[in-house]
Write a protein that binds this ligand. Structure first.
Ligand code: NAD
Length: 439
């Protein structure tokens, strides 16, 4: 079977490489020439644990090209894995998906199953099929199937090779059979539905997880006010298997390329159909507030950050990725700079991308210690292992004032108490006052 994948981003590339790992011959297509030449040299354009090794092991079954005409011409199956970013009004921008659909229509010369892996609003697969059929250059049969992706960045390879489920939404049995064949070497339950249900499974799953995060963050905010401890609360809740113990980590909200846009897109779609998704709207609103939580907390210690040296540990929206899309740092660091702070920042893999967005005005450091040196406050935005494993004595040893405002609850309170720093985290008691920390 000849498989082509449109898009070599986090989803397209991981899909292509994992299909090759399972024995398929895959041609990965992208419009970005730089990405393709990097991939042809066996290197990955994105940081994703395990990806480069898998890429290297499967180079014989993988082909990378910008020549979509050739890639689609005689493909049996074409996956669409291009971006569907958020538009100004919150709806999904489908222009990349439609562009690929048109390229497919104009170039396929064989019967073909087009598989939509990109996250698209309910009803989009129908539109893609109509578009392709209206523009076909050759007399061939095309079947469109929805096959949403559930991988999480940072664990994308594991999530794909050992996926919890494979959702296939089809209107024709043939397309379902072809996809079952494509996934025959994956050990996962197949959920076969119609296309709209498959599209909805993706949005409902992401929006539910976003809601879970916003819920625990609100409970954390209340814990801070009334003196409960969110870590204990979440631990206690997690034993109930109706709730589960995952996605109960309080913090500064969700970011990344999916939850923010997928909550807004579903809310937009519901509104479009004159229905208000109140729970999803609440998740979005809570998250917007939560993003600024660390900056707001700093006001407890300083009237403003003017003239202060500020350390930022972690730039990416979560550990294990170099992706900055919707990372809380993107709004917080400009606020700090506007407030007059001298910002020093560190991230093990995200600095290169952050520098592209903010080449000036931030002192990028090579180590955590260098970042903390002579600073008046430290903000933790990403729970990288290097941050979690730091010797807590370092804060008081190298900072000018050891005030640590932690958006990811990296440390246990007993250890922090001993370290003599002021430690302000999410949904927990603040440890030490300025006076006790400095004696
Ligand atoms: P991405 O931005 O990382 O990658 C998209 C790629 O598509 C880019 O490399 C771009 O150059 C390429 N592209 C654009 N137009 C093209 C064309 N005409 N032909 C070939 N390539 C083209 O996006 P992503 O994060 O991989 O997300 C892709 C889709 O998957 C989105 O709909 C997203 O919501 C969904 N998704 C993402 C994740 C995730 O964690 N990133 C998880 C599940 C689902």
């Amino acid at each position: 079977m000849k498989i082509a994948v449109a898009g070599t981003g986090y989803v397209g590339l991981v899909t292509g490489v994992c299909l090759a790992e399972k024995g398929q011959l895959v041609t990965c297509v992208d419009v970005d020439y730089k990405k393709i030449s990097l991939l042809n040299s066996g290197r990955s354009p994105i940081y994703e644990p395990g990806l480069e090794e898998l890429l290297e092991n499967n180079m014989s079954r993988l082909h990378f090209t910008t020549n979509y005409q050739l890639a689609y011409r005689d493909a049996d199956v074409i996956f669409i894995g291009v971006g569907t970013p958020e538009k100004q009004d919150g709806s999904a921008n489908l222009s990349y998906v439609y562009e690929v659909a048109e390229q497919i229509a104009l170039n396929i010369e064989n019967d073909c199953v087009v598989v939509v892996k990109s996250t698209v609003p309910i009803g989009t697969n129908d539109k893609i099929e109509a578009l392709i059929k209206s523009k076909l250059a050759h007399n061939v049969n095309v079947y469109v199937a929805s096959n949403p992706e559930f991988l999480a960045q940072g664990t994308a390879i594991r999530d794909t090779l050992h996926t919890s489920r494979i959702v296939i939404g089809v209107e024709q049995k043939y397309a379902g059979n072809v996809l079952t064949e494509v996934y025959k070497n994956f050990d996962a339950p197949i959920v076969m539905t119609n296309r709209k249900s498959a599209e909805m499974i993706k949005y409902a799953s992401n929006d539910f997880l976003a809601l879970k995060i916003s819920f625990i963050n609100e409970i954390a905010n209340l814990c801070e006010i009334i003196g409960a401890d969110i870590e204990d609360v979440a631990h206690g809740m997690g034993f109930d298997d109706r709730i589960g113990n995952r996605f109960l980590n309080a913090g500064i909200g969700y970011g990344g390329s999916c939850f923010p846009k997928d909550t807004k897109a579903l809310h937009w779609l519901a509104n479009f159909h004159d229905y208000e998704l109140k729970t999803v709207k609440a998740a979005i609103d809570v998250n917007e507030n939560q993003k600024l939580k660390l900056f707001k907390k700093s006001r407890k210690y300083y009237e403003s950050l003017k003239g202060l040296n500020v350390a930022v540990l972690g730039l990416t929206f979560k550990p294990g990725t170099d992706d900055l899309r919707e990372a809380p740092t993107l709004v917080n660091i400009p606020l700090m700079i506007e407030d007059g702070a001298n910002v020093k920042a560190w991230d093990p893999v995200g600095m290169k991308n952050f520098k592209k967005l903010h080449p000036e005005g931030i002192n990028y450091c090579n180590s955590i210690e260098e970042t903390l040196r002579d600073t008046d406050v430290c903000f933790i935005f990403t729970e990288w292992d290097e941050v979690k494993d730091i010797d807590l004595g370092t804060f008081s040893k190298v900072m000018r004032y050891p005030i640590v405002i932690d958006g990811r609850n990296c440390y246990d309170l007993a250890s922090v108490k001993k370290a003599g720093i002021i430690y302000d985290s999410i949904g927990r008691e603040t440890i030490n006052s300025l006076e006790t920390a400095l004696v």
